[in-house]
Design a protein around this ligand. Structure first.
Ligand SMILES: [Fe+2]
Length: 293
């Protein structure tokens, strides 16, 4: 079997932010808008994102996963440009996306993400909903949604009981098959801060401990991250990436993406990670290579 390459990028926070209508700035968005105009616009850069995506395409991955936060304040006017951007990344059969907290920023536009990105979210059965499953090469990509509108200053995520129960069923079914299971989820499974955490991550960890997956990919924290979680046959790697549009600032690194080379030999699955990141002069280069499995 030829190796399969999966690229992972996250949190593009697409710029520029369209000018909000006054009525859209009530409540949570008001704070978010001030934050964008004072700070975030300085380091979430479209030209960085374009350079990163160009480099990723040059690597010719077999599939691309984009784990949420495509938009910023979930303004009506943000969704069409975000869809146009994702269409440039690749067609829906080669690109899978899931929502992040910024894509479900407020109740008013909570449904927009699913409408806008339907072909990129749909499972192989054509259904839009979570969990969804897409088979690509030796992979089963299992998408989750933690995206729920939250109060101002909160960036938590929640899966909910129904999604967790359905996930357990999906994983039980897949365990009987010879597939490399990749879980896509916006929020990391362990968070340093209460305001940014996945509220029911303990329940997700219990499902994974029982049923297992081979790899977990997430975004949200905008940092390089490798964590390991208990599975039924050893530990499961969980990888996070910086924002795909970020200039380095404060404790946040410059934009980067991961490439996973996945293959099976007589000893079982092999998965190798390559990290490619923005360097000086908008050059993208390899900064790390590691064998995960
Ligand atoms: Fe996020």
């Amino acid at each position: 079997m030829a190796p399969f390459t999966l690229a992972h990028l996250s949190d593009p926070h697409l710029a520029p932010l369209p000018k909000p209508r006054l009525i859209e700035l009530a409540g949570k968005r008001a704070l978010g808008y001030v934050n964008w105009t004072r700070n975030r616009h300085k380091y979430q850069r479209r030209e960085v994102l374009d350079a990163l995506v160009a480099d990723m395409k040059a690597q010719a991955p077999d599939h691309i996963a984009v784990t949420g936060d495509l938009v910023n304040l979930a303004l009506e006017a943000e969704f069409a440009p975000a869809r146009a951007w994702l269409d440039e990344v690749g067609p829906p059969d080669r690109v899978t996306t899931i929502p992040g907290n910024h894509d479900a920023y407020v109740r008013a536009t909570f449904h927009r993400f699913s409408e806008t990105f339907a072909p990129y979210l749909a499972g192989d059965d054509g259904r839009i909903g979570f969990p969804s499953v897409r088979r690509r090469g030796p992979l089963a990509l299992i998408s989750l949604s933690t995206a729920v509108p939250t109060l101002p200053l909160m960036a938590t995520g929640t899966l909910g009981r129904d999604q967790l129960a359905a996930l357990a069923e999906v994983l039980e079914r897949l365990a009987a098959e010879d597939v490399f299971r990749v879980l896509l989820v916006h929020h990391p499974l362990k968070s340093a801060t209460r305001q940014k955490r996945m509220t029911d991550s303990a329940d997700l960890l219990a499902v994974l401990k029982r049923h297992g997956v081979e790899l977990i990919l997430h975004g949200h924290d905008h940092i390089h991250s490798t964590m390991w979680f208990e599975g039924p046959n050893g530990n499961i790697p969980a990888l996070g990436v910086p924002s795909a549009s970020a200039l380095a600032h404060g404790r946040y690194p410059a934009a980067a993406y991961n490439l996973f080379r996945i293959e099976k030999d007589n000893a079982g699955w092999r998965c190798e990670q390559t990290v490619r990141a923005l360097g000086t002069g908008f050059q993208i280069g390899q900064i790390k290579q590691a064998r995960l499995i």
